[in-house]
Design a protein around this ligand. Structure first.
Ligand code: NAD
Ligand code: DAU
Length: 382
């Protein structure tokens, strides 16, 4: 029998970022009786324009703060009498972690630890303690390491979902399970793995009611254009080169961001304390293949001839330590909690490309100035 937990004051960290903004929107609209507090430092990746449509709702509050600042987080958890946390705030881009690992350790490890400690102290001070409380940590499939490409040409996927397309492929025999041993390779995934361990340690040591989920690559509106899909859509629009790392044969497992947000809602309310759930849509793509789908879709929507922007594909030096393949087995979440992705990939990518082309002002506001400088720093002279 699943218990359905209802809480009132929910702290969502990183709510001005890509996935966080979808989670905040979902909760604010779906639960008018909850008070949603969005805590975000507004780094380069945090953008309040992502939440324009809900910013004046009576059940929504934005608080600008750094999760590493223990005293400030102590104050916020008490002031807003936080009952539940959905923790998404993080440094999230692998390429940045290769350039600057310390920032990743600071935010992802020390920030998560500060949040755990502040919340623990507040809940410890209450008569009911941990009763009805939840600390839900959002993690990634990258902590499991990399899978092998045992079938480089792809074989029919062994598992299917309602939303999967008919020609769904798998590029290897192994998948990440909740029991797969952690084996992170990049400074980003090492910092996320470390934060996951701290979350579990706070359950195992102090009995904190924690949950961890590990999700595959998300795509959809409001993603910062340093990540593959929005970067390439924007570059095609401007006729700029599309930097494909290595040979483009790395494989990622893509999930529409709103399906991740729906999974988070379900797990936050019905997930088992101390448990772990993998989230993914059995939707593996080789980078070069997904890039061709993006090019085809953008060209069609811009009225260009088919294949017009393929000339922009530019093979560049590979990412250091580039993980070959990620593939999530999400059957536990599907069978225990009844979640499944809602969209076919074809539908999701069409929706995504249309959104970026229809919201060019959003894109232009964040791709000028500082970002351009960052882009040069990351990609020039490689
Ligand atoms: P993002 O980079 O778009 O957003 C991160 C947000 O966190 C930003 O709003 C930023 O301002 C905020 N933030 C960063 N440092 C902070 C600090 N010190 N204090 C407070 N706020 C801070 O990231 P995203 O892609 O939306 O990812 C969100 C979470 O989901 C991350 O924990 C990430 O590891 C995880 N995740 C992401 C994916 C993906 O494909 N994007 C997949 C699985 C898991
Ligand atoms: O798997 C979940 C993870 O997915 C999340 O935890 C991370 O926060 C998120 O950034 C994402 O990590 P990736 O490294 O897989 O995403 P990214 O969009 O950076 O790259 C996707 C693939 O495309 C990867 O194999 C690298 C490649 N790539 C990326 C960029 C930005 C290119 O070939 N060229 C590029 O310019």
């Amino acid at each position: 029998m699943l218990t359905y937990i209802r809480m009132r004051n929910i702290l969502i960290t990183g709510g001005a970022g890509f996935i966080g903004s979808h989670v905040v929107r979902l909760f604010v609209n779906k639960y008018p009786d909850y008070h949603i507090i969005n805590l975000d430092k507004l780094t380069y990746a945090g953008n309040l324009a992502n939440l324009k449509d809900i910013e004046n709702k009576p059940n929504y509050t934005f608080v600008k703060a750094d999760i590493v600042d223990l005293d400030e987080i102590r104050r916020i958890t008490r002031e807003y009498q936080i009952d539940g946390i959905i923790h998404l705030a993080a440094e999230s881009h692998v390429d940045r972690s290769i350039k600057d690992p310390f920032t990743f350790a600071r935010t992802n490890v020390m920030g998560t630890l500060a949040l755990l400690q502040a919340v623990k102290e507040y809940w410890d001070s209450l008569p009911e303690k941990y009763e009805g409380k939840r600390f839900y940590h959002i993690s990634t499939d990258e902590v499991y390491g990399a899978l092998e490409l045992t079938h480089p040409e792809g074989v029919p996927a062994p598992f299917t979902t309602k939303a999967s397309s008919e020609d769904e492929m798998a590029y290897g025999t192994e998948f990440f399970l909740e029991t797969t041993k952690y084996n992170p390779h990049s400074p980003y995934s090492a910092s996320k793995a470390s934060s996951d361990h701290f979350v579990r340690a706070y359950h195992d040591t102090y009995g904190m009611p924690t949950i961890v989920t590990n999700c595959s690559n998300n795509y959809g509106p409001y993603q910062f254009p340093e990540k593959l899909i929005p970067l390439f859509i924007n570059n095609i629009r401007h006729g700029k080169p599309l930097p494909v790392y290595g040979k483009g044969d790395n494989v990622r497992d893509w999930l529409f961001v709103e399906d991740h947000a729906r999974a988070i809602d379900l797990i936050f309310h019905k997930g088992k304390i101390a448990d772990t759930y993998n989230i993914g849509g059995f939707n593996e793509w080789k980078n070069i293949d997904i890039i061709k789908v993006i090019i085809k879709t953008v060209d069609r929507l811009l009225g260009n001839p088919e294949g017009y922007s393929e000339k922009l594909i530019t093979f560049v030096t590979d990412r250091l330590g580039h993980d070959m393949r990620y593939a999530i087995d999400s059957r536990k979440l599907q069978s225990e909690l009844g979640w499944e992705p809602s969209l076919q990939f074809e539908e999701g990518i069409e929706k995504t490309v249309r959104w970026y082309l229809d919201n060019q002002e959003w894109m232009d506001n964040i791709t000028t100035g500082e970002y351009e400088k960052y882009y040069d720093y990351m990609y020039k002279n490689r």
